[in-house]
Design a protein around this ligand. Sequence first.
Ligand SMILES: [Fe+2]
Ligand SMILES: [Fe+2]
Length: 204
Amino acid sequence: MPERAQVVKHGDVTQRVGVEVIRARGVDVDKLIKILIANAAAEFASTYYYYTILRMHLAGYEDYKEICEDARLEDRAHWELIVPRIYELGGELPNDLKAFHDQAGCVAAKLPDPPTVVNILTVLLESERCAIRSWSAVCDMTFGKDPRTYDMAARILNEEVEHEAWFIELLAHERDGKTIPSGHFRRGEPGHAPYSKNAQFYNP
Ligand SMILES: [Fe+2]
Ligand SMILES: [Fe+2]
């Protein structure tokens, strides 16, 4: 077996073996960091916008509020989960919230006009769909090459896929009078985040 090329020198704290090994496997680390920052910005923005949509404009729909709140808190968990990975890879968050917001990988989930329940559910559904596409791209970039980022992205993706199913169910019911089950019952507690917090699944 040929000896593996070692880039990081003994005692060098300016380089990372954790980066060297994934780069050697073909990961474009700079591109990955950029995408992770964009995805983190989208999660951060979504927890803000979901807050406005949920708390202020779903009055009378307590069940929808609860489901939106789960999605909001799980997006916040996604933000918390992925940020340390950005720094481990040698990246950093922009030191300016506006700059950070402006590089989000998904459009802001702003309150629609008029803020009807159907319009709100549509914004939420499309926001989840953007998240699925964004995290799938990270899974594709890292599969078989960067197991740590892949594991985090796959955990997040699991929850985004569930979120899409929840909002399909609610929107189909509310807008079309149709039943399209998501398989959802309820989280154990608000923002349970079974995948991204490694919590127990609802499995009685
Ligand atoms: Fe998310
Ligand atoms: Fe989500």
